[in-house]
Structure formats: C-alpha cells, structure tokens
Design a protein around this ligand. Structure first.
Ligand SMILES: [Zn+2]
Length: 148
C-alpha cells in the first residue's frame, strides 16, 4: 500500500481537507495583535469558528489595531464574530458581516474621548462605519457609513 503513489496522493488530499476546515474552538486564546486576543472576538453563544472566519478576523483586527495604537486608548469589544444563530438571537441584520468575522462593535459611548477619536477617523476607514449611541461598528466590507 505504501508503495502505491495513489495512497500518498490520497493522504495528501485528506490532510489538505482537514487543514482547510480547521476549526478554532470557542474560548481559544491567541494573541493576534499587540492589543487584541482571539478570546475577545469569539461568538458569545459558544460556537466555534471556521478557518475562513478566523482569516477574516485577522484582517479586520489588523486594521483595528492601527486605530488602537494611534489612539492610545483601550478598546472594549462588544461583539465581533457571531454565529448565524447568535446573530439572529441578538437581532443582527440578515447576512451581517459579523457572521463572516468581518465586523466588530467597539464600545465608545457619547461623550467619550474614544468616540471623538473614532469619528475623526471615519473618512479614512475603507469599509463600513456605523455610529450608534453605544459606540461604533467597523467592518471590512464595502465602503459605507451610517448613523443609527
Ligand atoms: Zn456591528
């Protein structure tokens, strides 16, 4: 069997499929950038995340880290990845970018220094920027901005 090249090709394909579908367990910690850990970005209902969601979160948080560094202020993450079920439960928009790991909600209530800082950066954010009373929604989808 081990001398048969088909066996090795088969093994390679199986290995590749397993790696491709790698799951990041809910609660798993991993320092992604200087100030953000994967543990802050998990779906709040305990769901695991796919490799695809994880890769999106890395892209997103790399951009968010730039703002974090520039501001010098702590960022409290209200919500980042949401499983489809959790998104539905919290009344998120259908096909929300949160379900793809492409969006993050940062707490920055009215009257805070962080809110003023983020508002000043609004024009430079190449993605979605939604302003709410509790803070700011940032995503790496198409460029849009709105006030809730
Ligand atoms: Zn959001």
């Amino acid at each position: 069997m081990f001398k048969n090249p088909i066996f090795w090709v088969f093994l390679l394909i199986i290995t590749w499929l397993c790696m491709k579908n790698k799951i990041y367990k809910n609660g798993q910690t991993l320092q992604l950038t200087e100030n953000f850990n994967l543990s802050e970005l998990h779906s709040k209902d305990g769901s695991d995340m796919s490799a695809e969601v994880f890769e999106n979160l890395v892209k997103l948080i790399t951009k968010v880290q730039k703002l974090r560094t520039e501001s010098g202020l702590p960022f409290k993450v209200n919500s980042a990845y949401r499983s489809e079920a959790h998104n539905k439960k919290v009344g998120g928009a259908k096909n929300s970018l949160h379900t793809k790991g492409m969006a993050i909600d940062i707490s920055a209530p009215i009257g805070t220094e962080l809110r003023e800082f983020l508002l000043a950066k609004r024009e430079n954010w190449k993605g979605g920027f939604g302003l709410y009373s509790w803070g700011v929604h940032l995503d790496i989808g198409p460029e849009r901005n709105w006030n809730a």
